[in-house]
Write a protein that binds this ligand. Structure first.
Ligand SMILES: [Zn+2]
Length: 271
């Protein structure tokens, strides 16, 4: 599933190709994604110019003077930029074509993705309105996490994975950030001190920034025919390493289920 770093990498990858360009044609081959692609998408978008390519949580927002195209990649979606015409493949569900012969093509095998047209302020749309702060913004601080967690008995790992608390902290990144911050993932969110939440906020930021940096190396090939942005070859210290020695203390990393998600941590280093 594309996580926040992958979506941010895709945003950076497509922006130089489409920002400032006018939409010339919209081709929808499969309208049935997670929600139906609006039947009037072509008439809404054609002739509009992409003014900005933004990201909010895992949503991409192509802002035009008339409205915003919201793109979500679901479980398996990816976007490619084509600079030359190319016959669509089996799961190439939609194309947004731009002036200059540029084509943005959505491929999604499992069709959990979405293409929606938003008329008003995207921040007010029901999909976006209730979201917590961006993890890489200044809004995510230890003080904020501390305040939000008071009185919560929920374990800290599902707490930081809740998009109403903070967006974009997926299972892998939550495990890695809690390891760096030295916090037991099963500890009640309301029982963690401010000092430790400050460490955790910084760890979340670091883990995500490193993933984005690692993903940047795939950008060169973004408009390649097989330009599927890969999952990032980031160095993971605990995730997927059950039974292996901890890189800090040497004790075996343990794997538990927490909120129905696989969770990896070191009993010695994380308290
Ligand atoms: Zn350890």
């Amino acid at each position: 599933m594309p996580e926040l770093p992958e979506v941010e990498t895709i945003r950076c990858g497509i922006e130089p190709f489409i920002k400032g360009r006018q939409v010339s044609r919209v081709v929808v081959r499969t309208p049935r994604l997670r929600w139906p692609i609006p039947v009037d998408l072509a008439s809404q978008m054609c002739g509009r110019t992409v003014q900005d390519v933004e990201r909010r949580a895992k949503y991409l927002l192509l802002r035009t003077e008339a409205g915003t195209l919201l793109i979500h990649l679901g479980m398996s979606g990816y976007l490619r930029v084509l600079e030359q015409p190319q016959a669509p493949g089996k799961h190439d569900h939609a194309d947004i074509e731009f002036s200059g012969g540029i084509c943005l093509r959505l491929n999604d095998v499992r069709r959990f993705g979405a293409l929606l047209w938003l008329d008003g302020d995207p921040a007010q749309h029901p999909l976006l309105a209730g979201l917590g702060p961006e993890p890489l913004s200044e809004e995510l601080t230890g003080d904020y996490l501390y305040q939000r967690s008071r009185g919560r008995r929920l374990a800290v790992k599902p707490f930081i994975m809740d998009s109403k608390v903070v967006v974009g902290v997926g299972n892998i990144y939550a495990s890695e950030a809690l390891f760096r911050a030295g916090i037991d993932p099963a500890r009640a969110a309301g029982r963690i001190s401010l000092v430790r939440y400050r460490r955790l906020a910084e760890a979340i930021r670091q883990v995500l920034r490193e993933a984005i940096t690692a993903g940047g190396t795939t950008l060169r090939d973004f408009s390649d025919q097989d330009g599927r942005p890969g999952y990032f070859a980031q160095q993971l210290q605990v995730y997927g390493r059950g039974g292996e020695p901890c890189s800090v203390c040497g004790q075996a990393i343990v794997k538990i289920q927490l909120g129905q998600r696989s969770t990896y941590f070191c009993r010695q280093c994380q308290r």
